[in-house]
Design a protein around this ligand. Structure first.
Ligand code: UT7
Length: 310
């Protein structure tokens, strides 16, 4: 089975940082409640930036670091739940800003917080059918554009940001699992131009996540014929530190092997996994040959995991 390798990454954050204390000036909440229930201490919100600005900045950085020419790309895929427009897609907006050639598909996918993992698998499918060896996969969100700043149960959780990766096919171990359970009531985000709203049944999504995360990990390992010890890093969607510690406990893995950064960014939905990967790469935490498990879960409800070798 042809594997998928990430050859470079990039990330972009808006300039405005909001701490939990800043949020407590908007709604009846506290740093103590937010940090103990979620692990989040701050997040970034767009001011002048649009989502396409973040997506293009992250994608441009990943492309620059890859050293490849845009003509070697076979696709530009943007995972997002907060596109600037219903159409044109964010994919086409990134294409325009980066000057990508016309003969490649540029499009968005809406898979909630699982979007980046779906994007990897879609990129792999396109790469298998194209002579061009690279694809660009982006996760980008401007959740502040849809947050209801009167609803404390959701507005303190989310943040804006973008992460991107240039990927290519490779003879490395690879496995992928994707799934969805039509359950629109659990978590929904209003479309562009509609009144601000995220609706979430937090405890229901929490229960779903603590079951889905270890299940995905086990399925991926079974598919690849590997064990937990073969995995250097678990890179989960960054929604809640308690979800991650529960998954670590259920799998019997020390929590330190689960990368966590929701403290700094909040829940950035489709952007959370590629932001984490870029941070890890820049910090030198990922060495060539390291096997990683990326696992997302979120609106849909959807889940997905990818086992990759760095
Ligand atoms: O990324 C997509 C996937 N999303 C997720 O994975 C989110 C999953 N869910 C969660 O992370 C958690 O369910 C939350 C962090 C959203 C909520 O934590 P919880 O422990 O499930 O709290 P809860 O919703 O059961 O609310 C407990 C209490 C309530 O008060 P009462 O009814 O017990 O008096 C809420 O009104 O906490 C109250 N509350 C708050 N208090 C202070 C809710 N939000 C806040 C807040 N500040 N911001």
């Amino acid at each position: 089975m042809k594997g998928l390798r990430i050859i470079s990454t990039g990330r972009a954050l808006p300039s405005k940082c909001m701490t939990n204390d800043d949020m407590s000036r908007l709604v009846d909440t506290s740093d103590e409640w937010i940090s103990t229930r979620t692990g989040i201490r701050q997040r970034y919100f767009c001011e002048a930036e649009g989502n396409a600005d973040l997506a293009a900045a992250a994608a441009g950085l990943a492309l620059k670091r890859s050293g490849i020419a845009p003509g070697q790309l076979c696709a530009c895929i943007v995972a997002t739940v907060t596109p600037d427009y219903a159409t044109p897609s964010m994919g086409c907006m990134v294409q325009r800003r980066l000057g990508l050639p016309e003969d490649l598909p540029c499009f968005d996918i809406s898979v909630g917080c699982t979007g980046f993992v779906y994007g990897l698998q879609i990129a792999r499918g396109l790469l298998l059918q194209d002579r061009r060896p690279y694809a660009l996969v982006v996760g980008s969100e401007a959740l502040s554009h849809v947050l209801d700043f009167a609803d404390r149960s959701t507005c303190v959780l989310f943040g804006d940001g973008a992460g991107a990766a240039v990927v290519t096919l490779d003879e490395t171990p690879y496995a992928c699992v994707l799934g969805s359970r039509g359950d629109p009531a659990a978590l929904s985000v209003a479309g562009p131009g509609l009144p601000r709203a995220i609706h979430m049944d937090g405890p229901a999504v929490f229960r779903f996540a603590v079951e889905a995360l270890p299940r995905c990990a086990r399925t991926l390992l079974d598919q690849a014929g590997l064990t937990l010890e073969d995995i250097r890093w678990f890179v989960p969607h960054q929604a809640n530190a308690r979800i991650i510690s529960s998954a670590a406990r259920r799998l019997g893995v020390p929590p330190e092997r689960f990368y966590q950064n929701m403290e700094r960014y909040g829940n950035t939905s489709a952007a959370s996994i590629p932001i984490a990967l870029d941070e890890m790469s820049q910090q030198g935490l990922l060495q060539r040959g390291d096997r990683i498990l990326c696992i997302g879960f979120g609106a849909g409800l959807t889940w997905g995991g990818a086992l990759l070798e760095w």
